[in-house]
Design a protein around this ligand. Structure first.
Ligand code: KG4
Ligand code: ZN
Length: 345
């Protein structure tokens, strides 16, 4: 079964063709990152206009690269939320138009659930029950997954999401946008020598990253970090601060994920979302977890449509076909099942 996946929730226009929820036949992404970098962050109006320009060419490229025609496609999966309303609308309306014209079934996918399904791509073996840490620009969620589409929320961020914290820390340090990759690059040249706090929120699966971000800001304001060469060689450098920040965030994410996985006696740990492309997080989790751990390759961690197609495949398998009334849900909550209630634990 070949699914066309469409993803336009934020600043990437993406289309992919995936066979049987696992085999990637094509995975095309038109990134707007350079356009938004000029503004230091995503400008929603600019994003939706770019999606309109890019969506049809990117779908055509996805079909061509997969070497398939419309007759080979068995269904369409499109992200309905969470995300920017104007961006989501482009993908969902194109998906509905194609579904109508080609008489294809359509299913709406929760973007965060899509991130989780990146772990099924490239034929990897996933075993339930599992704990998944989803760390993206807008979310830091710890989820127990007992089967396809069966989720129990174990924790979420109480303030900044992990990716958001990386982006804000990069801005504080003058490292530019997008912040996650910038911090990771700078950290490679520094030592994690700056003491920064960790919010453990003991007894809870929740996260909090605003404290570590504010602590970093206070140090910069007090000129205790050398952001310019003239500030003297005794102070920790920008690279040291980046390494320390990354260390603090990764330590909390890894420790809390492993604790939750042990408590729930799961068979596997999965990592997902843009922050999962961070090398230190990937390494630390795989090295320190006593439970087998899966991490998608970096290009499948950041926003893409292959993960949406994979998730769509399992939704179709479960009979979750949507009507052409399908609409965007920009504030879709992280119960991961597009409006269905998570099962009670
Ligand atoms: O999943 P994603 O591509 O988009 C959302 O759904 O939000 O995640 C984007 C987030 C951004 O905050 C970005 O800074 C962060 O993921 N990110 C990283 C890295 N690459 C992307 N954070 C840390 N290290 C990275 N290498
Ligand atoms: Zn995402």
């Amino acid at each position: 079964m070949k699914i066309l996946g469409i993803e336009t929730s934020c600043d990437e226009t993406a289309a992919a063709v995936v066979a049987d929820g696992a085999r990637i036949l094509s995975n095309k992404i038109a990134s707007q990152v350079e356009i938004h970098a000029r503004y230091g962050g995503i400008v929603p109006e600019v994003a939706s206009r770019q999606h309109i320009l890019a969506i049809i060419p990117i779908i055509k490229q996805a079909l061509a690269e997969a070497n398939v025609s419309w007759g080979d496609i068995n269904g369409i999966a499109a992200t309905i939320g969470p995300g920017l309303a104007g961006s989501l609308l482009v993908g969902v309306n194109v998906a509905k138009a194609i579904a109508l014209a080609r008489k294809l079934p359509i299913t709406g996918v929760n973007h965060l659930e899509g991130h989780i399904y990146a772990n099924w791509l490239n034929g990897r073996r996933v075993h339930f029950p599992l704990v998944c840490l989803i760390v993206s620009g807008g979310h830091s969620d710890l989820v127990l997954m007992k089967g396809h589409g069966d989720y129990v929320m174990l924790g979420r961020t109480r303030d900044d999401a992990a990716g958001e914290a990386f982006d804000k820390a990069a801005r504080i340090l003058g490292l530019g946008y997008p912040g996650g990759p910038a911090i990771e690059q700078a950290a490679k040249k520094g030592n994690a020598s700056v003491p920064l706090p960790r919010a453990w929120l003991k007894g809870s699966g929740d996260f909090s990253f605003s404290g570590v971000k504010t602590a970093l800001l206070r140090l910069v304001e007090a000129e205790k970090i050398a952001l310019s060469a003239s500030q003297g060689s005794q102070l920790p450098t920008r690279d040291d601060a980046a390494a320390s920040f990354q260390e603090a965030v990764v330590e909390v994410l890894v420790t809390k994920t492993i604790t939750a996985a042990k408590e729930r006696r799961v068979k596997q740990i999965l990592l997902a979302g843009g922050v999962a492309s961070n090398g230190l997080l990937r390494r630390r989790l795989t090295e320190s977890s006593p439970i087998p751990t899966l991490v998608p390759e970096p290009i499948l961690c950041t926003d893409n449509a292959a993960m949406i197609a994979a998730c769509g495949y399992y939704r179709f398998q479960a009979g979750k076909v949507d009507s052409l009334e399908l609409d965007v849900v920009p504030t879709l909550k992280a119960d991961y099942a597009s409006g269905e209630k998570p099962s009670k634990d």
